[in-house]
Design a protein around this ligand. Structure first.
Ligand code: NAD
Length: 264
């Protein structure tokens, strides 16, 4: 088999991997032959990594508990991975959070600080230390989880949207800086994905409209042309493309992985 689309033996870090998109992303990369290091704020990531390691023993899946807004913890995550496996091929900066901050005039400074610390600085640190290693290797791919909310403003999501917009432009800046080293950097933008974070929105929207949780889900599914929610495996599919010769010519892009939900 040629290596045109093959990720066997590639070393991947996935942040935000305890649950949701990140867990499914890590599991798919493991299924396809990657070594995976799964990082998250939640202790649950240990259970998630154990599950992945049992299902795909060749993945050597392991867990790191950390807060991505802590620069030294992210540095240690990357350096520890390189110490263990000798390289880093895929950095999936996926950890993120949403906080119900209300309208701009209701938002408190400490809420802005936390959302930007996790969603922007967390991804920035992941990029920074992955870049240092990938520059040495002259190879690698960085995939940041962005969002439609970072492309178009939404009411009651100014802080979250701004944090994702910052991720998008930082992705493009780094893509330009690191292109001479044969590293590509892109942002993957999910639409409506099946995750704890998203079910929180569904619950709130259902309440606001006076309909049930399941009715709200049906309403959302009707808006998605491919009529299903997104999963980490969909993002993992894009990462595997970007991480192999089949996708190496793609860099600095904000790639929608959204079932056709929007065309921004
Ligand atoms: N679910 C959607 O519809 C959707 C849409 C667009 C973008 N996204 C983005 O996708 C990514 C994954 O979100 P999800 O939907 O799986 O949500 P989720 O809440 O289910 O998972 C997010 C994970 O990130 C972890 N995390 C949060 N803060 C962290 C921190 N400071 N340090 C380390 N880990 C931390 C959480 O513990 C959790 O395991 C996020 O960046 C989110 O913004 C999600």
């Amino acid at each position: 088999m040629s290596n045109f689309r093959d990720v066997t033996g590639k070393v991947a870090i996935v942040t935000g991997a305890a649950r949701g998109i990140g867990k499914s992303m890590a599991e798919t990369l493991a299924m396809e032959g990657c070594k995976v290091v799964m990082a998250d704020l939640l202790d649950l990531v240990k259970e998630s990594a154990k599950e992945v390691a049992e299902k795909y023993p060749s993945s050597d899946a392991s867990a790191v508990v950390l807060d991505v807004s802590d620069e030294m913890a992210v540095k240690a995550l990357v350096e520890g991975t390189v110490e263990k496996f000798g390289k880093l091929d895929i950095m999936a900066n996926n950890a993120g959070m949403h906080m119900h901050t209300g309208n701009v005039w209701e938002t408190e400074e400490k809420q802005i600080d936390r959302v930007l610390a996790v969603n922007f600085k967390g991804i920035f640190f992941g990029c920074k230390y992955a870049a240092k290693q990938m520059i040495k290797q002259k190879s690698g791919t960085i995939a940041n989880t962005g969002s439609f909310f970072g492309k178009v403003g939404h009411a009651q999501s100014a802080t979250y949207g701004a944090s994702k917009a910052a991720v998008h432009t930082m992705t493009q800046s780094l893509a330009l800086e690191i292109a001479p080293y044969n590293v590509n950097v892109n942002a993957l933008c999910p639409g409506l994905a099946a995750s704890e974070m998203h079910w929180g929105f569904v619950e709130a929207d259902a309440k606001a409209l006076g309909i049930s949780f399941d009715e709200m889900k049906e309403k959302e599914l009707d808006e998605i042309p491919l009529h299903r929610y997104g999963y980490g495996k969909d993002l993992a599919g894009a990462i595997m493309w970007l991480a192999t010769p089949s996708g190496e010519y793609i860099t600095g892009q904000l790639i929608n992985v959204n079932g056709g939900l929007d065309f921004t």
